[in-house]
Design a protein around this ligand. Structure first.
Ligand SMILES: *Cc1c(COP(=O)(O)O)cnc(C)c1O
Length: 747
């Protein structure tokens, strides 16, 4: 099928009396036929991206755009009296928690767009990340049945299923292929677990937490399940094509491990070569060392996968034995390198009855990369300091990126068209062209302001429909949308809002431009303090929005069920992007890049990719505040006493005390008191105010007020915003993927 035939069929499509769901399935199927006729020849060398998460979002609009038929489809449907936006009812495929999963989706998009053979492997969860509702200010989790409308973008490959064996059960892994369209058609292959009821459970739920102890066994099964299915298939394909000759395996295959979750793939690879093809252990390891590469996404110790040795032994005895063997091999190698006992322990795969997936990935991986400049430096200086000393050649940086197709062309047609008008359309296929926009900045600023206003209006309409909250059109939009985590410091924003509120009430803040603070965030269901923060923000929203003295100036909205589709609306309509993590803790962030590309200024700390954002767009066009990494380190060693700050700063005291002085109610759960205690007395193994909220609060409020004051000069503020768009090309995942392809994959 070609585009002409597609259009013809679409025009002939009978729409009368059909439900949105039926239409969705029929149009999607048509588009799939168009797509599959473009299927690419297999490449000689392929790269594979193994990831526990692919946060794809909604495929419908994106795929039609990538196939070059979105505008036509919109018009044809309009002529039939159907608004294409009815398909916004379709659920997102939320097979991921946040940034890490979204990155995987952006990478596949970019590789296909660039014509590079990169394929994904993951799990086809029956239920994606829970759907969030807010009831009485609290998060409520509802199952996410993302296939409710069907799944017309996947093809079940019955003939390519595989058997995965655990000591206590056998599971069938059935692949579902989602084509990824671009210059090439690549494949995202998601495995579904079938067999006994217990077997099916493996692909039932996505783990909504990347930081809890829950369900360890099931999680181990999940990780092994999809890693084993992927490498099993790759080895088998290789043997079919080239025979039992593995010397050149790495010339045809390279496997990128997205964080520590798929690291067991390394061990399974060695197991298969050894057991099924009688390759010696040392030889199998040598080949693995040429094949696998590892991306680290976090320095938070609780998010680095470690497996209890007994657990592994119980359900994967062969893998256990190989892990021990790898550990002994490591010991020999460390002896040759003359590492001290301490250094050897620091890099060990096995210690205190646990296997460290990060250490395994660093030991075997041919490359280890961080996801922003600062993050990679932190890996070299701290987390993997010893490994960096002995294997410096493995380490490299690959600053994350986002696909401009979803995050600009699709979500902001208006801005894209303005860019077309200024510099032509080349940027749509070669993103580096976007920088030419810099030369047009003052000239098109008025038009940009109009685009921004239009996107803001669309966002407010969307919020009105989904949350039932009205926001006046002239309000400045400050947004903080991302997973809820203490290190991301949504709590600090909540306090800052309270301080501004107080200043408005008592008249110390004057000439304040009306502003709304938007939050969107899901908390891991078992993460109590994060859930308390959601409740706290909602309490603040309720109070401020109904205060007639100030609600013409300041409002707060916590949107429900933040996901990719919501993000598409929010990034386009936002003026100020809040990226305020404790310095050193946000590996990169990608939300920050989406906002930048859509012309928001960043109000943030010197953390993750924020540093590169201000390097490129200019400090003067963004708002940086708070402690930098060095200072945080100094405070940690020299001592930090948040309580002193509370005693000496009346505003801070006002904001923080509101947790316990009856200003807000936590409905008798005690969760606000718990937050308060964590800040002032410490909680579990953490010191008081472990994330330095109070330390950075004053400079944060000052930055927010400075932004507000600068906004008075609308034109010069819009210039700052537009410069952010103009210098955002570097943050396209096209650039990131080219770097991976060149420096790690050789494809
Ligand atoms: C981009 C994105 C993220 C990542 O946001 P950060 O601010 O980088 O943490 C999380 N969730 C969704 C839905 C996203 O689109």
């Amino acid at each position: 099928m070609d585009i002409t035939q597609f259009t013809k069929k679409l025009k002939e499509l009978e729409t009368e009396g059909k439900s949105t769901q039926e239409l969705y399935n029929e149009i999607s199927s048509l588009a799939m036929s168009l797509a599959l006729s473009k299927e690419s020849k297999p490449a000689e060398k392929n790269a594979y991206y193994l990831s526990m998460e692919f946060l794809i979002g909604r495929s419908f609009f994106n795929n039609l755009m990538e196939l070059g038929v979105l505008d036509e489809t919109r018009e044809i449907l309009a002529r039939k009296g159907i608004d294409i936006n009815v398909f916004e009812e379709i659920e997102d495929a939320a097979l991921g928690n946040g940034g890490l999963g979204r990155l995987a989706a952006c990478f596949l998009d970019s590789a296909a767009g660039l014509g590079l053979p990169l394929h994904g492997y993951g799990i086809r969860y029956k239920y994606g990340l829970f759907k969030q509702a807010i009831e009485n200010g609290f998060q409520v989790e509802l199952p996410d049945n993302w296939q409710r409308f069907g799944d017309p973008w996947s093809i079940r490959k019955e003939n390519e299923k595989r058997i995965i064996k655990f000591a206590d059960m056998t599971v069938t892994a059935v692949p579902y292929d989602m084509p990824v369209f671009g210059k090439r058609v690549n494949v995202l292959r998601l495995w579904q677990a079938e067999g006994s009821e217990e077997a099916q459970r493996i692909s039932e739920y996505l783990y909504p937490a990347d930081d809890t102890e829950e369900g360890k066994l099931l999680r181990l099964r999940q990780e092994y399940f999809f890693s084993a299915a992927a490498v099993g298939e790759l080895v088998e394909k290789h043997v079919k094509k080239y025979g039992r000759e593995f010397e050149h395996f790495a010339d045809y295959n390279v496997i990128q491990l997205n964080d520590t979750h798929p690291v067991l793939a390394i061990v399974e690879f060695i197991r298969i070569l050894k057991t099924d093809y009688k390759v010696g252990f040392a030889e199998a390891l040598r080949i693995a060392k040429k094949t696998f590469a590892y991306t680290n996404h976090t320095v938070l110790p609780e998010a680095l996968e470690c497996w209890n040795a007994d657990l592994v032994k119980k359900i994967l005895p062969d893998i256990y034995a190989l892990l021990i063997k790898l550990y002994l091999t490591q010991k020999d190698e460390f002896a040759l390198l003359k590492c001290s006992a301490e250094e050897a322990a620091d890099m060990a795969i096995y210690s205190s009855d646990r296997f460290s997936m990060a250490n395994l990935a660093v030991f075997v991986g041919k490359s280890v990369n961080g996801v922003a400049k600062l993050h990679t430096e932190i890996l070299k200086d701290s987390l993997f300091r010893t490994a960096y000393k002995y294997y410096p050649e493995k380490f490299q940086n690959k600053t994350n990126g986002i696909t401009q197709r979803r995050w600009l062309m699709l979500c902001n047609r208006e801005l894209s068209e303005l860019i077309d008008k200024a510099i032509g359309k080349e940027w749509r296929t070669d993103i580096s062209e976007l920088s030419r926009l810099g030369g047009h900045v003052p000239a098109i600023t008025d038009e940009f302001t109009m685009v921004k206003a239009a996107k803001r209006k669309q966002l407010f309409e969307y919020i009105s429909r989904h949350e039932g909250i009205e926001i006046p059109e002239h309000f400045i939009v400050y947004s903080q949308v991302k997973r809820l985590h203490e290190y991301k410091r949504q709590l600090m924003t909540a306090f800052a809002i309270l301080e501004i509120y107080k200043g408005l009430k008592d008249g110390t803040i004057k000439n304040f431009q009306p502003s709304v603070f938007l939050f969107g965030a899901k908390s891991a269901p078992s993460y109590k303090r994060a859930k308390a923060i959601i409740k706290f923000i909602n309490e603040i929203a309720a109070k401020l929005n109904s205060d007639e003295e100030t609600n013409g100036l300041l409002r707060v909205v916590f949107v429900q069920n933040y996901n990719v589709s919501y993000a598409e609306k929010i990034v386009a309509g936002t003026d100020v992007s809040l990226q305020v993590s404790t310095a050193g803790l946000e590996a990169s962030g990608t939300g920050n890049m989406k906002f930048m590309m859509n012309g928001a200024v960043t109000c943030g700390t010197m953390d993750g990719a924020n540093i590169e954002i201000v390097e490129l767009a200019g400090k003067e066009n963004n708002y940086i505040f708070g402690a930098e990494v060095d200072e945080i380190e100094r405070l940690k060693t020299e001592g930090y006493e948040p309580e002193k700050l509370l005693k000496t700063n009346a505003l801070h005291n006002y904001a923080v005390s509101s947790l316990i002085d009856g200003t807000f109610s936590d409905d008798g759960t005690g969760c606000f008191k718990e937050l308060y205690d964590a800040l002032t007395a410490g909680a579990s193994w953490h010191k008081p105010d472990n994330y330095f909220v109070l330390h950075d609060l004053q400079s944060y409020v000052e930055a927010l007020l400075k932004i507000n004051a600068d906004y008075q000069d609308k034109k010069s503020f819009a210039v700052k915003q537009l410069k952010n768009t103009a210098f955002s090309a570097f943050f396209s995942s096209d650039r990131t993927i080219k770097e991976y392809a060149r420096d790690i994959w050789n494809i």
